[in-house]
Write a protein that binds this ligand. Structure first.
Ligand SMILES: Nc1ncnc2c1ncn2[C@@H]1O[C@H](COP(=O)(O)OP(=O)(O)OP(=O)(O)O)[C@@H](O)[C@H]1O
Ligand SMILES: [Mg+2]
Length: 408
């Protein structure tokens, strides 16, 4: 089937679910969601593929569902990457401009210079994200091309990830006959979908609480300054319920979503829940408050880990726009209120923004990464087309690194 508009597909390979989201991007920048396929994910642990067979199977089913709904043949995807192997560094590069005026080539060279750092042999660069340019000691420049000066500097945030983890993601996609257009750090994708430009300019902390991990990204002055991964997510909350209520993981997850809360003080003492039990025993009635008392300490612990990470980053005083929570676990009742108490900053729940089409279907923090992958893909491509023409790629992407990994 041929369509005038460009089809862009985001594939979020999460610990809990695989989400394949299909969009049509029009010339004027409008992005319409036209299809979605989701399937529970079984082959991942804490954001990393640990079983290729099960991951491939889940991806295939999610893709098929999305293809059917959007009536397209999916060949290429923007895919997310996450996990504790991800590292973020701030780096710096300096070059002399060739003609006393900054050109595209000078910018490429200075970004290359900033990339020249010691990274472990089993890690590979995923993103090089320029924060600012400095020309002859004048800092805070975002668009240096065309400006006069002899000394060009840049500050960048470099993100690296384990070569093997990235290879496994690509392998899974290839096994489903999918090409990977680009691989994007999941919290960067989520931030495309849920943060406004104003928030990024003013200073904001994005917290994507998934099933296996919680992914952080700090933006100040419009650029990414700090990234981190905390290996705790909603599955830990579910496991606490399994242990505390003596029920199955599946039941515990359903109960958590339906009746769970991490603010026990918000629950009336007379509210009760029927808890199904294992081994054919009859269900047990239990106060909702007891369930909340099991969930609250874990969520509190998670937010304290996030706060410590923010303190360590040195940007705590600068995130004036506050905290945006996203990912499936931000849907737990009481999450925003608990975060309000712990961070003492404005907190909101982030859902995908600035999209059209099947908005209602993806209007959930669960789809932040999937929708964000599409928005990243669209932005990245248009930037390339505007700046270099069709087939050149800048330091902003890891397309070059994909080729390096696979000798292409
Ligand atoms: N309504 C809800 N209330 C509470 N928790 C929820 C709700 N809906 C989903 N969750 C939880 O959110 C988690 C899944 O979130 P999400 O889909 O963002 O994860 P993922 O992207 O698959 O995982 P990860 O990003 O960690 O690899 C699960 O732990 C699930 O139990
Ligand atoms: Mg996720």
């Amino acid at each position: 089937m041929s369509r005038d508009n460009q089809i862009i597909v985001g594939l979020d390979i999460g610990t809990s679910k695989i989400a394949c989201i299909v969009a049509e991007a029009a010339e004027d920048g409008r992005i319409d969601i036209v299809g979605i396929g989701t399937h529970p994910s079984k082959g991942l642990r804490r954001g990393v593929v640990v079983n290729i067979e099960s991951t491939v199977e889940s991806i295939r089913l999610a893709i098929e569902e999305a293809e059917l709904m959007a009536d397209v043949d999916i060949k290429k995807v923007y895919v997310g990457i996450a996990g504790s192997h991800i590292r973020g560094y701030n780096s710096h590069g300096v070059v002399a401009t060739k003609n006393g005026e900054v050109t595209d080539e000078d910018v490429t060279r200075v970004v290359e210079a900033a990339k020249a750092m010691n990274i472990p042999a089993d890690q590979q660069i995923l993103h090089v994200l320029p924060q600012e340019y400095i020309i002859d000691r004048q800092d805070g420049i975002r668009e240096p091309v065309g400006m006069s000066g002899v000394r060009l500097e840049t500050r960048v945030h470099v993100i690296t990830g384990a070569v093997s983890s990235a290879q496994n993601i690509i392998k899974c996609c290839n096994r489903c006959d999918l090409d990977v257009s680009d691989m994007v750090l999941e919290q960067i994708a989520s931030s495309e979908a849920v943060l406004s430009q104003d928030e990024k300019d003013i200073g904001v902390l994005l917290v994507d609480i998934g099933g296996g991990t919680t992914d952080l990204a700090v933006f100040i002055d419009g650029a990414i300054r700090h990234t981190a991964v905390i290996p705790v997510g909603g599955d830990h909350l579910t496991n606490d319920l399994v242990a505390g209520l003596r029920t199955s993981a599946r039941e515990a997850d359903t109960l958590k979503k339906k009746y769970g809360s991490c603010m026990s003080s918000m629950i009336m003492s007379e509210e009760t829940v029927e808890v199904p039990r294992v081994g054919g025993r009859p269900p047990q009635s239990m106060p909702r408050q007891v369930m909340a008392q099991l969930l609250e300490p874990r969520m509190q612990e998670l937010f304290e880990l996030v706060r410590e990470e923010l303190d360590r980053s040195g940007y705590k005083e600068l995130v004036a726009a506050g905290v945006v929570l996203t990912g499936g676990s931000s849907l737990l009742e009481g999450t925003q209120e608990l975060a309000d108490e712990i961070f003492e900053l404005p907190v909101r729940i982030g859902r995908p923004q600035q999209i059209g089409g099947l908005v209602d279907v993806v209007n959930s923090p669960i789809y932040a990464t999937g929708v964000g992958l599409i928005q990243y893909g669209y932005k990245y491509r248009t930037e390339q087309q505007n700046r270099y023409g069709e087939d050149k790629h800048s330091g902003g992407s890891m397309f070059g690194s994909l080729k390096r990994w696979f000798g292409g």
